[in-house]
Design a protein around this ligand. Structure first.
Ligand SMILES: NC(=O)c1ccc[n+]([C@@H]2O[C@H](COP(=O)([O-])OP(=O)(O)OC[C@H]3O[C@@H](n4cnc5c(N)ncnc54)[C@H](O)[C@@H]3O)[C@@H](O)[C@H]2O)c1
Length: 338
């Protein structure tokens, strides 16, 4: 993911200049740095962040490194785009929220790039326009062809489903109040629940029903459908051409997220770099990273107990008061207020 972000910044995002690349694997960092016009090479990410030539940082190292690197960037007063999840637990994410709140400045953006995916954004615009009336339910499907190395029941929630929790909040403009998660295993002997379903109760009375299946075999797929009082709206299914051949009609599936969200990753960086220049505080922030992990932690508990779990966030610091899932978007499209 870090290679893709570096290449995108170098080739696709005007106003940005990749000055340094860090990876624990020096060869990997050097190869990416060479592709980015001879950027500096570091094996220690903190040293990169502290370097005077670095104005802003993208974190795309493994999940367990995110919170401490984001905190270091906040301490340095440097803006950071941190890949999801912001941390490995809501408690750790809260430390980032508290550090920003103490500083009184939002420096952290979280890589929930579905908000920049044109197919999701079009659905969101229709929801906000009230064309389908009040949104009552969002249904999400998130499938990977095969689980990544080291996948566990909890990592499916914190690393994969965390996208869907943010997406549900953003799409519906409501917070998650309670969750009920259930799981099934394609290989019962492994004990890994690689197919999980989540029912979320949202703060305005709406619902979310999400399927995350990381061993779906046939390919990668992410979709969202919103059911409203007067209609429904769903992300357009596939971009690939429709082939009619030998008695069948078919469309190829996307191989993975790098294909499906190719455009979203570029848009995410363009918006971030653009906002850094204008000082706009749009986009998913540390609070979004924290509450999506609160939902994830509750879902991990729910998968164990098979019982519903409530979500109880700390009081939202005033720094984030203006920022909610719908407030900013609604202002933009001139829709109703919450
Ligand atoms: N938004 C998305 O759609 C999306 C998609 C894929 C991955 N991700 C996120 O991106 C991150 C990276 O995922 P990936 O699939 O690229 O993983 P990866 O294992 O392929 O790459 C991680 C890289 O980080 C390096 N690394 C490990 N520890 C490091 C450290 N302490 N400092 C610097 N470099 C270190 C490794 O050498 C490796 O090159 C994860 O947090 C993942 O959740 C997000």
């Amino acid at each position: 993911m870090g290679c893709r972000h570096a290449r995108n910044l170098h080739e696709m995002v005007s106003g940005s200049h990749v000055v340094a690349v860090a990876d624990a694997d020096k060869g990997r960092a050097s190869a990416v740095a060479a592709e980015c016009g001879g950027a500096g090479v570091f094996t220690d990410a903190e040293s990169l962040a502290r370097d005077d030539s670095v104005e802003a940082v993208v974190i795309a190292s493994p999940d367990h490194t995110h919170a401490s690197l984001a905190l270091e960037c906040v301490r340095l007063g440097k803006p950071v785009l941190c890949e999801k999840p912001l941390a490995v637990s809501s408690g750790e994410a809260l430390e980032v929220v508290r550090a920003e709140a103490a500083l009184g400045r939002k420096l952290v953006r979280v890589g929930f790039m579905r908000r920049d995916d044109p197919r999701h954004a079009r659905v969101k615009r229709i929801v906000d326009s009230e064309e389908i009336g009040r949104p009552l339910l969002v249904k999400g499907v998130h499938r990977n062809a095969a689980p990544g190395p080291g996948t566990t029941t909890a990592s499916v929630v914190r690393n994969s489903a965390v996208h869907d929790f943010d997406s549900a909040r953003w799409m519906m403009g409501e917070e998650i109040e309670a969750v009920h998660a259930l799981g099934a295993a394609t290989d019962p002997a492994s004990g890994i629940l690689d197919l999980q379903t989540f029912h979320l109760a949202l703060s305005g009375g709406a619902l979310a029903a999400i399927e995350v299946f990381v061993a779906a075999d046939y390919g990668y797929e992410v979709s969202a459908e919103v059911v409203g009082e007067r209609g429904t709206v769903r992300t357009a299914p596939h971009d690939s051409p429709v082939v009619r051949h030998r008695g069948s009609i078919s469309q190829a599936t996307d191989a993975d997220w790098l294909v499906r969200f190719e455009e979203a990753y570029v848009m995410e960086l363009r918006r971030w770099v653009g906002d850094l220049r204008t000082g706009k505080e749009d986009g998913p922030d540390a609070w979004d990273g924290y509450v999506s992990l609160l939902a994830a932690d509750a879902c991990v508990r729910s998968l164990e107990t098979r019982e519903p779990e409530r979500i109880e966030p700390v009081e939202k610091p005033s720094l984030y008061a203006k920022k909610g899932a719908r407030e900013i978007e609604t202002e933009k499209v001139g829709g109703r207020s919450l």
